[in-house]
Design a protein around this ligand. Structure first.
Ligand code: PMV
Length: 334
């Protein structure tokens, strides 16, 4: 059995954040999280366990060969799939992303969700979505959620089996406006930043304990169709996460001056009566939760206030998709 399988997954942005590992090997989080999968943020990945190249996995991301940690993470993930599937051959992996890798759109979420789906199927496994979500978690925490479309909850769990994501009911017509301020690669990886926050920030335990309440409020707001309540809790949860990491020793400051300007612009829009609440991840860019019907207006007003920023509208997107056509067509009898 040797076949090439192509899968694609969209990125997601957390409204209630994942920030901290209770188990760094299994990627078990300290808190449950809630995210929105976005449209038009696909990563498409093709995997074949075809022997790779020169006794090693042959990996390309957007046409270039990754090195260092970026490569190691992919190879380690392929090792896990090989171990589970009883496959020994090295693989060829080709991944392309429709959004630039540094666009502040959580590329590892889409990347490892697509890799989990393509690699597991190429290795002959037929996993259901929950199992795929658990597997994607091992590549990157946020990838756990990108298996599913729309609003998605990741149950923290306390072992491999109980830590997975699933879609949740959403009666709110939501959209995200992405404010891209900088293309620069982040100075501290999220893995390192999480570890430092967890180990040294006196504010971290407070954020963790409040996070449960935030999640319950967000879920209730989503069910009730209450966008302002969902927005307020999402913005508060993200600012609290950043407060905790800023208080780490030494402090982690992902924000740039433009990040603060964007936060103030979002507040100004709210004062004008527009629905807009900010969230920020492990980087300087700002994403704005808004309503689907007013997303274009919010984006236009942000462009006026933030010249120099690239502002785009994303709507709820679909979960992971496996291209069965390619899987069948490339089947091989080795
Ligand atoms: O992409 P990861 O698994 O390294 O984690 C990133 C975590 C945040 O994006 C900052 C928050 C989240 O829940 O996605």
């Amino acid at each position: 059995m040797m076949r090439a399988v192509t899968a694609r997954a969209n990125s997601n942005i957390a409204l209630i954040k994942y920030w901290g590992k209770a188990d760094a090997v299994l990627n078990l989080p300290t808190t449950s999280s809630l995210s929105l999968t976005l449209d038009h943020t696909w990563t498409t990945t093709t995997v074949a366990f075809d022997g790779g190249q020169g006794d090693a996995d042959a990996v390309t991301i957007n046409g270039t060969v990754p090195t260092g940690t970026a490569r190691e993470r992919v190879v380690r993930f392929l090792d896990l799939v090989r171990e589970r599937a009883g496959v020994t051959r090295r693989a060829t992996v080709a991944s392309t992303s429709t959004v630039p890798l540094a666009a502040g759109l959580a590329s590892s979420a889409a990347g490892f969700a697509a890799l989990a789906a393509a690699a597991s199927r190429a290795a002959g496994m037929d996993l259901d979505e929950r199992s795929l979500s658990r597997l994607a978690r091992r590549g990157s925490g946020s990838a756990t959620r990108s298996i599913f479309g729309g609003l998605v909850q990741w149950h923290a769990g306390d072992d491999d089996a109980s830590s997975y994501a699933e879609p949740v009911a959403c009666a709110v017509d939501v959209a995200m406006v992405v404010i891209m301020l900088s293309n620069a690669r982040k100075s501290v990886s999220s893995t390192e930043a999480m570890r430092r926050t967890l180990d040294t920030s006196p504010l971290y335990p407070a954020w963790v304990s409040h996070s449960r309440e935030d999640l319950d409020s967000a879920l209730a707001a989503a069910r009730a169709g209450d966008l302002p309540r969902l927005g307020e809790v999402a913005e508060g949860n993200a600012l609290g996460m950043h407060a905790a990491m800023i208080a780490a020793r030494p402090g982690i400051i992902y924000w740039l001056p433009d990040t603060v300007a964007a936060l103030h612009a979002v507040r100004a829009l709210r004062e004008e009566g527009l629905p807009a609440w900010a969230t920020i991840d492990a980087g300087p860019n700002v994403k704005v939760l808004t309503s689907g019907s007013q997303a274009e207006e919010v984006a236009a007003r942000l462009r006026e206030r933030l010249p120099g920023a690239t502002v785009s509208v994303r709507r709820p997107g679909a979960g992971v998709q496996i291209d069965a056509g390619e899987a069948g067509a490339r089947e091989d009898a080795s």
